[in-house]
Design a protein around this ligand. Structure first.
Ligand code: SER
Length: 469
């Protein structure tokens, strides 16, 4: 039996034995101070397993048919939704998982941020501990604190928790229980930052469903990463001094379509610690792309292109996008997604095409060879990627070949456009309709030369065109 084949909600006693059987062995081997990405992943799962959590590996990136809320799994809790809502009885009251997550479709997209910051990836792994009606706020806070201070070895004085500040529209006040929880374990009041709903109320993936206030752990990376403004604190959007890395969600409400909240049958915990961000802290790395988890991929890009990662802003962006999108395309194609014009296929197409555009920037041909390195990197943990390696390469190769021709022709036309004024709707339309140049690409290339695009006008032209044809 392979645990990957077990759908949430169907775990049998045999599966539970299988899962728990390895727990003691693994826990003894890895709990302690950790450094590498692999140690963090295993250390996290073992830590929670030792504290009574049932361990599961990642479920598919594609949500089950009964959950049409997102194109891809966009949070570690998503495969567990039926347990939070009370629709299904979980096989155990505590779970721990590592989940493949892709935030690249619909409103759950981080795609455009990738490449521009030290911490954004669209494809990442989310570590989580979950309680279904078992421990609640205090339990989650205690466990998180023990893990980050004793096992990750992070300095307690550098940890700044945020809490939900309250929201009159939701009829909720400041989360005083969370404040008291953090103070109880010794965090001074002034390092506990209340933030509004937009930051600290975790909404359901999709429009309706389980949700709740949350409390996020931020790590102060030091003044040298800060903007120096007196009000710089967690939530600051001017700099990358405070890195938000672990979100504790107190999942106790159901959000309805009319915006109202009702209590869930039980109070639950859903947490998400970004593996790559965690590794960045452990290794005191400048960005997630500088961690050991990405090293092999970044080295390959440098070797093949002959261009160093941080030699220029163009090179940095190209390396980061290739690294992130390379992972996304590999995981997606390994799960059987093929490039297409809508839905999941369109996202895969965008990932490959953006990667090809960025590769061209640093003189790298043959993006289809990139997945091979990613397979080497993530294969030890994700067997489905190894099993489908040949197929992934083929999918990427075909899409790349097709797109390179388009890119060459379209780039010539683009480069000849007047760079001193906004790109008109007509020009954007011609690029798309005649040269197959997607609007997202026109916008991105224009942005890089500091130029705007009349996207609304373009959309109108496109709509008229569709009507006529
Ligand atoms: N659902 C929350 C998040 O994705 C915590 O896991 O941040």
């Amino acid at each position: 039996m392979r645990i990957h084949d077990v759908a949430p909600g169907t775990a049998t006693a045999a599966v539970r034995d299988w899962v728990q059987g390895g727990a003691r062995r693994r826990a003894a081997a890895t709990i302690g101070r950790m450094k590498t990405t692999a140690e963090l992943r295993e250390g996290f799962l073992s830590f929670f397993e030792e504290r009574g959590h049932l361990r599961f590996p990642s479920w598919s990136l594609i949500p089950p048919p009964e959950d049409p809320s997102t194109l891809f799994i966009s949070a570690g809790m998503q495969p567990l939704k039926p347990y939070f809502s009370g629709e299904k009885q979980p096989p155990a009251p505590r779970f721990t998982t590592v989940q493949k997550v892709l935030r690249a479709g619909g409103k759950d997209t981080d795609l455009d941020e990738v490449g521009l910051t030290a911490r954004h990836a669209s494809m990442f792994e989310m570590l989580g501990n979950f309680s279904f009606g078992d421990y609640f706020k205090d339990g989650a806070i205690d466990l998180a604190w023990e893990f980050v201070t004793e096992h990750m070895g992070l300095h307690p004085d550098r940890i700044w928790p945020t809490v939900f500040a309250g929201d009159p529209e939701l009829g909720l006040g400041e989360d005083e229980v969370a404040v008291a929880g953090w103070m109880r374990i010794g965090v001074p009041r002034e390092r506990i930052i209340p933030l509004p709903r937009s930051e600290n109320f975790w909404g359901p993936a999709g429009e309706t469903g389980p949700c709740g206030p949350c409390s996020e752990l931020n790590y102060d990376r030091g003044e040298e990463h800060g903007c120096g403004e007196p009000d710089c604190a967690p939530g600051c959007d001017r700099c990358e001094r405070f890195l938000e890395f672990w979100n504790l969600v107190f999942m106790e409400y159901h959000l309805h379509a009319d915006g109202s909240l009702t209590p869930l049958p039980k109070q639950n915990i859903d947490t998400g610690l970004g593996l790559e961000r965690g590794a960045m802290l452990l290794q005191e790395a400048e960005s997630i792309f500088d961690t050991d988890g990405f090293r092999l991929i970044m080295d390959w890009i440098e070797r093949e292109s002959g261009v160093g990662y941080s030699t220029s802003p163009v090179a940095t962006k190209a390396h980061r996008v290739l690294c992130d999108h390379g992972r996304g395309m590999t995981f997606l194609a390994a799960e059987g997604v093929v490039p297409g014009n809508e839905g999941r296929g369109y996202v895969l197409r965008r990932l490959i095409r953006r990667a090809v555009v960025q590769a061209r920037r640093i003189g790298l041909d043959d993006v289809y060879r990139l997945p091979g390195v990613i397979v080497e990197q993530v294969g030890p943990w994700y067997p489905e990627v190894v099993e489908n390696a040949a197929r992934v390469e083929e999918v990427v190769r075909l899409e790349e070949e097709r797109f390179r021709e388009t890119l060459e022709r379209g780039s010539k036309v683009f480069d000849e456009l007047d760079a001193s004024e906004a790109i008109s709707a007509d020009d954007a339309f011609t690029l798309a309709a005649t040269y197959g140049f997607p609007i997202e690409l026109t916008v991105e290339l224009a942005e890089e030369r500091g130029q705007a695009v009349d996207v609304d006008g373009y959309r109108e032209r496109m709509a008229e065109h569709r009507e006529i044809s």
